[in-house]
Design a protein around this ligand. Sequence first.
Ligand code: 9MR
Length: 469
Amino acid sequence: MNSSAARDRGSARVRPGRRAALVSTAVGTVAAGMVLALATAASAGTTLATSAAEKGRYFGTAVAANKLSDSTYVGILNREFNMVTPENEMKWDATEPSQGQFNYTNADRIVSHAQANGMRVRGHALAWHLQQPGWAQNLSGSALRSAMVNHVTQVATHYKGKIHSWDVVNEAFADGGNGARRDSNLQRTGNDWIEVAFRTARAADPGAKLCYNDYNTDGQNAKSNAVYAMVSDFKARGVPIDCVGFQSHFNSASPVPGDYQANLQRFANLGLDVQITELDIEGSGTAQANSYATVVKACLAVSRCTGISVWGIRDTDSWRASGTPLLFDGNGNKKAAYTATLDALNGGTTPPTSTPPTTVPPTTTPPTTPPPGAGCTASLSLQTWTGGFVATVRVTAGSSGTNGWAATVTLPSGTAVTNAWNAQGSGTTGTVRFANVAYNGRLTAGQSTEFGFQGAGTPPSGTPSCTAS
Ligand code: 9MR
């Protein structure tokens, strides 16, 4: 029995009802107004990843390594998501089954799949009271503290440069309204165990964002207030923390709180990112769809809410399968909740999936020189440490928008790119050209997207050049 299961006790299970049928728009006669509407909608994405990317967010899912041989599962994964969280494969019991003996086989499979398909990885989780190997459960005091530090160092080092965000510490606060830390073997090593884990993770992988992750912190309550106080203290004392994850496991007994957005915003106001990390909402039909839309809109309304991950792909993949809490049914079909999620990501303008009109717009000869303000611009921000850096490049479309773009960065002599995300790099040294990937090439006028890369050596300076197509 774990705390998650305990959390479920007493929650009324919503029986899966009949899913709302997906409504497809029939295109009949093609009126001029319809053509205009389609042209407007064309800037909206048609998958969760593309639509989220157009809003500068990622859209992710938990992935189980043993499902990577399921073609339906992988088909949806590759089409819809650009962030993956190993559901169990990076946990302590999986990665260090015997003390000092590390096994990355299943986690590496997920990371390889992500890298081969242009997705990023949320690491989950370095220090947690659950899913500890037996040998760790039996340790205490300084022996356990040393084992934890070694575990964080080894795992974060193994995945250095490959992780977008790490859940460094998971679920360290108690339920029950008094805002206390959860009692656990890790907590009993001393109250500073959390900051020690964060400092250790930063030293091992300075390029990863470091998150605190928890459940039942989605609205303002005693537990989220306690996390807020800890994070405020960490920021004040310079303990390295970059993000807070809100798991967002919802059901009828624990629905999306009315102050969800306000709670995300107050954490963002502390000067860190917020992420929705394990979203699932039990239910069906319109009610479930509306709840998903509420969550997406809340994230989009908080500029530092950088992404949303659902906790599985199909209902049958869920740890709470009987609650049908996900976006795809057991056959891999899109549910009403999917459509509502995509629609919310698109700001209410999901493009029609029906056949486009056959009317061909008049062709015009493109101008040989771009009009003023066309093209794109790029800006660079850096996170540096001795011997390396992470660069984030923001690409902004000019007045014509883009169908594709490329940003060029000139690296100092001796510096090399070791890893890039959300863009395809050509070369690793000297002048490196980063072109858009499938989901972020199309930008409307003034719209921005970000890509990043990690480098070894001296960081670049100056403004990257940008060309649009
Ligand atoms: O989805 C995970 C499930 O397969 C495991 O059996 C379970 C064991 O604790 O953990 C589940 O994932 C949890 C996540 O790691 C942390 N937040 C709560 C999730 C659901 O329990």
